[in-house]
Design a protein around this ligand. Structure first.
Ligand code: HEC
Ligand code: HEC
Ligand code: HEC
Length: 431
């Protein structure tokens, strides 16, 4: 009897493995002769160029200073280092011999032309929400307009057994959301356009949605904030810690200019999202994305100028006695010349107490900005903040951050000094 049941477990296991293999297996798709430019209509290529920008393809597929789209951009994940692929139309090392069908399959299901599974560091779960027409436009743009570059992909530094590509299909089965975009009938056309762009090509959730231990997005906590590339992508929903509620108008200003007067500026990985990505979209598309997030953040529309939170933030800029508070003294020396106290907002000089960096549970964003400042292509274009990496010690930054946190009315961050020391030693990535 016992033997029999063991036997049936064994058979069941074989059937399950067999069924899984059939599910997991994807055929190779035949290589094609590279398409020529005249095959594509000019307006389709132009549309593809906009969508490729809005999907940050070149941010992830180009190394700093390297050839556009030639890959090997390093992504540091909890599972190891992942290198992006060469997606220039080079036949040997790129996607030059990929048919449109093979490209659509990769964008929708994360399967390469030869049938191997791709890692979700490539956000196919979001690109899957794009229409066929939009994916074909991206294909037309890449095949017709990106110069072919020969560059072999570096093997990912992912340890065994996670590096077994076949297992990715199990991951997909468990976590991937490959359902198409569903417009919501009870929302406006503008909201739906914004949702389509945000969930699909612009994949805001890939950074702003928290992930489970195996890297799957927690879809019941969409956009509620997550750690990404050594930064914190703050919550964009009603759980946002920003003292002033984000309104659709604030999202619109931030996504168009890299700064919201009532919140702050886009640093780190958010800077290229704004300046290398969303800037290609039309004003009406950006407005649609803002309407969508304005709704997710609670549809606030109060005038922030008369809000008590703004008054409190302006008052918080009044310094305690710098003779007794070392953090206040260092702030006065190093920061206040730009982030000065005043009774009004100054565009381009963010009122720090309003920025989420001071209000998040994690001090990472404040430490990052203090260490590395803002380059001209981050935040407001052309406006810079110096890097204090070489000027301020870990103790100094800890004192300033403690002072700022306290003046913003928040509890002190635990283990702050250790955190500053750790972040200082982290490798920096170009964003
Ligand atoms: C967040 C980073 C990221 C973004 C954004 C991104 N990719 Fe990728 N992509 C990757 C990584 C990493 C891989 C390789 C994954 C692997 O090794 O399994 C990849 C692989 C691919 C592949 C498979 C190539 C092959 O040879 O198998 C295609 C096609 C592709 N990306 C196209 C695009 C397009 C088109 C866009 C923009 C619409 C884009 N990617 C945006 C990270 C990204
Ligand atoms: C590559 C990762 C990434 C992607 C993709 C991304 N974000 Fe961000 N986002 C971040 C990070 C990191 C920050 C924090 C930057 C900072 O502190 O300056 C941020 C900050 C923001 C903020 C400011 C929030 C606050 O309270 O300060 C807004 C608003 C925002 N993102 C909206 C979006 C929208 C809308 C999209 C999609 C169109 C998007 N993000 C896509 C990483 C990302
Ligand atoms: C020379 C002027 C200058 C100095 C000095 C300066 N900053 Fe800044 N800071 C800026 C500017 C300008 C921005 C916005 C950059 C942009 O949008 O391009 C900024 C942005 C920030 C932000 C992001 C605000 C947000 O929420 O988006 C933080 C945090 C910050 N500064 C902290 C500091 C700290 C801490 C110091 C002192 C150690 C300091 N700054 C010194 C000019 C300065």
């Amino acid at each position: 009897m016992r033997k029999r049941s063991l036997y049936s477990v064994f058979i069941a296991a074989i059937v399950a493995v067999g069924a899984f293999s059939i599910y997991a297996w994807h055929p190779s798709m035949a290589p094609i002769t590279p398409p020529v430019k005249d095959q594509f209509a000019a307006d389709v290529i132009a549309q593809g160029k906009v969508l490729a920008a809005a999907g940050y393809c070149s941010t992830c597929h180009t190394t700093p200073g390297g050839s556009p789209y030639a890959g090997n951009y390093e992504m540091h994940t909890d599972f190891g280092i992942i290198y992006s692929s060469n997606i220039t139309p080079d036949v040997q090392t790129g996607i030059g011999n990929w048919s449109e069908e093979a490209f659509i399959r990769a964008m929708r299901t994360g399967v390469s032309r030869d049938g191997h599974h791709l890692l979700p560091a490539f956000p196919y779960e979001h690109f899957n929400k794009m229409t066929d027409e939009d994916i074909k436009a991206v294909y037309a743009y890449i095949m017709s307009s990106v110069p072919a570059v020969s560059q072999q992909k570096i093997d990912n530094g992912i340890p065994f057994p996670l590096n077994i590509r076949f297992l990715q299909s199990g991951w997909k089965l468990l976590f991937a959301d490959t359902t198409p975009f569903k417009p919501q009938a009870d929302e406006s056309a503008e909201w739906n356009r914004g949702a389509y762009l945000a969930q699909g090509v612009a994949h805001c959730g890939a950074c702003h949605t928290p992930r489970n231990a195996l890297g799957g997005e927690k879809r019941d906590q969409m956009y509620s904030g997550a750690a990404i590339d050594g930064w914190i992508a703050p919550s964009l929903t009603t759980s946002s810690k920003a003292p002033l509620k984000w309104r659709a108008a604030d999202f619109d200003e931030y996504l168009r200019t890299g700064n919201s007067s009532f919140h702050g500026s886009a640093a780190g990985p958010m800077a290229p999202v704004v300046h290398a990505g969303l800037s290609a979209l039309s004003d009406s598309d950006l407005k649609a994305i803002s309407v969508y997030f304005g709704a997710l953040a609670g549809n606030h529309n109060d005038n922030p100028a008369s809000s008590p939170a703004l008054k409190a933030a302006l008052e918080s800029q009044q310094l305690p006695d710098p003779r007794i508070d070392n953090g206040a003294r260092l702030y006065a020396i190093s920061c206040q010349s730009c982030h000065y106290s005043s009774n009004e907002l100054n565009k381009g000089r963010p009122l720090l107490a309003l920025g989420s960096a001071l209000h998040l549970d994690d001090p990472t964003n404040l430490i990052n900005v203090t260490l590395d400042g803002f380059r001209a292509n981050q935040g407001i274009t052309g406006v810079v903040m110096p890097a204090f990496r070489d000027a301020l010690s870990d103790e100094d930054i800890t004192a300033i951050a403690t002072y700022l946190r306290q003046s913003a009315g928040e509890q002190p961050w635990p283990n702050l000094k250790q955190k500053v020391a750790e972040i200082r030693l982290q490798p920096r990535f170009e964003h």
